[in-house]
Design a protein around this ligand. Structure first.
Ligand code: PLP
Length: 440
């Protein structure tokens, strides 16, 4: 059931809460109070690259997170831990939804959800009519890939080895769903901006039947950041639409839909915006809405509304309501400061190990091509077993948690993903461990 489709009930929320005897307990306003709490510490004035090195400031930021000391988490790419004020807002929203129940969902929630959606749209530099909530980037990209209706027999679609597996599956499925050919190619390793653009240009030239292409802004496998705006421009000249998977870029890299230049983008708020798990968003440029089918023939909304493109059923109400608190925290920290800090932590451990015999850093240092995530291989090992052993050794011998990644055409690797709560000591310990393992 989609709450957007429901009419407001006549009884006010206050009247309902008072009738339920809950007002004295103050539960009805707890969510609002939580959202109004002071958020992250104010960053010092100055260029982001200087703020990135201000350890006193980042210690105050780290104090806003409660993370287990059992292991040092350098695997923040799966999802992002919520900062304390965001977690408190989330708990307050869960509480309110539970206390006020369906009455709230069928009345004030509709307005609150719309305000949250408008907040997300404005943070992305989009119009609210271009953004709908999803349950994550997977659902957002499935809406785009599955709904893209400009394909027919004789056409082709294309993706690269570094794209996310779930999106690759959806692209492969288009062969049976739309009767198209599916083309694939590998991103050069090591990559430069020029070699990436050359690879896309060559793949488009070799596959002139391609009408639609998947591009990932920041690869979850190697952390490579793709020059999306340039790739979109390259494709546009050939009449090729680009669907951008921005799951790993929003919040890790400063961006807006304007800087991406794409008409179709999938986002998640559970990674680098560090909102609750199970929250994402899809962007469809207003002038291109007709290229995406309404979801499963949705009839709750007019076809001119972006809301008709997502039909998730009953969702985690509290998660969507927490989006403004997560964005408040993120924006107060400063997207540029956050990006610079993540890059600083990444550059620090990479600089300490790059060039050591046996250490192969997959992610280039070139400005614009890396953010916080970087992957490496040790002693030429490209098998899953070899890389899994390194992940387990880092965890069991050094107390450092990383992740093995597979699906890179040259072989598996180990991914390192610090967050803003990680310290320079954490990444220095990683560098020392890699140095020892490369000698072993
Ligand atoms: C590049 C990329 N796209 C999409 C996703 C899926 O995102 P979600 O978990 O929000 O569905 C991920 C998750 O790791 C990812 O790394």
């Amino acid at each position: 059931m989609d709450p957007h489709a429901l009419p407001a009930a006549p009884l006010s929320r206050r009247a309902f809460v008072e009738a339920a005897g809950l007002a004295a307990a103050g539960l009805a306003s707890s969510a609002d109070r939580a959202v109004a709490r002071p958020l992250s510490p104010s960053p010092p004035a100055g260029p982001a690259d200087d703020v990135a090195r201000d350890e006193g400031f980042w210690q105050r930021v780290a104090a806003q997170y409660r993370v287990s000391p059992v292991v040092t988490n350098l695997e923040n790419g799966y999802w992002g831990v919520m900062a304390h004020p965001v977690l408190e807002a989330y708990k307050a929203h869960i509480d309110r939804v539970n206390v006020e129940g369906v009455y709230y969902i069928r009345t004030a929630y509709v307005r609150d959800l719309e305000a949250a959606r408008a907040r997300v749209a404005s943070a992305l530099g989009a119009d609210v009519s271009e953004v709908a909530f999803t349950r994550g980037a997977t659902e957002a990209m499935q809406v785009l890939i599955g709904g893209y209706n400009r394909l027919g027999p004789g056409d082709a679609v294309m993706y690269a080895d570094l794209d996310y597996p779930g999106m690759q599956y959806a692209m492969n499925w288009l062969a049976s769903r739309r009767g198209v050919r599916v083309a694939r190619f590998a991103i050069p390793e090591p990559a430069t901006k020029d070699s990436i653009l050359d690879a896309y240009a060559a793949a488009l030239a070799a596959n002139p039947d391609v009408r639609m292409m998947l591009v990932t802004h920041c690869s979850h496998k190697t952390g490579l950041v793709f020059p999306v705006a340039d790739i979109v421009a390259l494709a546009r000249v050939r009449g090729v639409d680009v669907l951008v998977d921005a799951a790993h870029s929003w919040g890790q890299i400063e961006l807006s839909v304007g800087t991406l230049g794409a008409d179709f983008v999938g986002f998640t708020l559970q990674k680098w915006i560090a909102g609750p798990v199970g929250l994402g968003a899809v962007y469809i440029r207003k002038s291109r809405l007709a290229a995406i089918d309404p979801m499963m023939g949705d009839e709750d909304h007019p076809a001119e509304s972006v809301l008709s493109r997502v039909h998730s059923g009953t969702v985690n109400f509290a998660a969507a309501l927490t989006a403004p608190a997560a964005l408040d925290f993120h924006e107060r920290l400063g997207p540029a400061n956050k990006a610079a800090r993540l890059r600083y932590l990444r550059d620090r451990w990479v600089a300490a190990v790059r060039g050591i015999p046996g250490v192969d850093i997959l992610t280039p240092d070139e400005r614009g091509l890396a953010a916080g995530i970087t992957s490496f291989r040790l002693n030429g090992g490209t098998t899953s077993e070899h890389n899994q052993r390194i992940v387990e050794t880092l965890r069991d011998r050094y107390g450092l948690f990383t992740a093995r990644r597979t699906g890179v055409s040259r072989g598996d690797c180990v991914r390192v993903t610090p967050a803003v709560y990680n310290s320079v000591a954490d990444v220095d310990r990683l560098a020392a461990a890699i140095r020892e393992l490369a000698r072993a």
